[in-house]
Design a protein around this ligand. Sequence first.
Ligand SMILES: Nc1ncnc2c1ncn2[C@@H]1O[C@H](COP(=O)(O)OP(=O)(O)O)[C@@H](O)[C@H]1O
Ligand SMILES: [Mg+2]
Length: 411
Amino acid sequence: MDLIMGMNSGSSFDGIDVVLAETELAEDGFPKAPKFLCGGSYEWPEEVRKIVTDAFENRVDMVGLNRLNYICGAVFAEKAAQFMKENEIDPLRVKVLGLDTQTIYQEQPDHKAISEMSEEEKADWPGRWLSKKYPAGTQMGDTSVIANLTNIDTVTHFRPADHTFGGAAAPLMPYLDYVLFRHLDHPTMTLNIGGIANLHVACADRRRMLGFDTGPGNVVSNYMCRELFGVEYDKDGMIAAKGKVNEKMLDYFMHHPFFDRPVPRSGWIADYNAEYISGTIEKFSYLHKEDILATACAFTAAAIVRSMYDNVPAEVIRATRKLYCSGGGVKNPQIMKELKARMPENIDVTTSAEIGIPPEYKEAIKFATIAYSTINRVPGNIPAAGHASQYAILGKIALAPRNISGGAQLD
Ligand SMILES: Nc1ncnc2c1ncn2[C@@H]1O[C@H](COP(=O)(O)OP(=O)(O)O)[C@@H](O)[C@H]1O
Ligand SMILES: [Mg+2]
């Protein structure tokens, strides 16, 4: 068995999750389902936190971004080291560390425009991005800084490989789901409720898999909590529990242009930015503040279910028995209650804990698994889900100092 480590800091920007898991390659060439060993969550240093949140709003210049890339690398390395110290993990025993680093910006591909491009147009490589048809994103956290500080071979930045082939590279969860569920003879759905929520359909045939963003996970509710109640998020859904869902406001939410975008959609917090949410609060300011929050939870759930019916074939929905939920949103009983009320009866809505994956760490386990696949030359994208034109080995690898070969002269 190989020890693998993964880290995640998503669009909620609520902290850095770190996990240790173990796996090995199975006979079919893919990793076996990773076994979770331990995990931890760490806060961003306040000074860095401020720069990243400014970067989300495009308020950091090029000079600042340049430095931020190194700073974030150092923060990730520091948290990885702290995690290993706390759990008595020897870095030399860890085969690989995988993390996407911190996304600060992401554009989705124009799938329609790409499908209409001629082979000649696609052969103009710079033109793929000059035309703005191919997607691009920015992640902060330099791979070499992380590998050299942790002394672990590190794989980061999983998305550009898929982007190069016109894929959305978001969500990336379908690959882990394939690893987890490829032995089953029926489809399995999974849902991750982070800042943005994404739904996936896994099956033994990768060519039939699906994965797409459904709308907000916690991003709307978190923003409202800060704006209306001065807290970071609605712990255990206590505030929303006191409110009533307002159908008019829910209907307004459901008319967001996000739903007109073809899947996989690749939502980003820019879709539900400060301007949109504060405008919505303003529009419905005659409601109780708790009702506004209760409606935000109902919106997350309604958007998930609508996206499922809009994009998953009816026979696949009928054949599905389980929906394994993960991400911080599963800890909000209001979101889960609204979701269960809207899902069809044949689908048991549960969490990934049922299959040994703690919901709060599934994303970090995903990055560990993709990184392990990368160093074993296994493609970590699922073209059927992300709409890339081919399979690709994801990520950028930086080798740790421990690899310096015995023959090399060190003085
Ligand atoms: N106990 C809790 N009660 C309600 N919501 C929670 C709880 N714990 C976490 N969350 C929600 O989950 C979010 C973090 O989810 P996470 O999966 O880490 O998202 P991301 O991948 O975007 O970082 C928090 O911002 C919060 O909205
Ligand atoms: Mg998080």
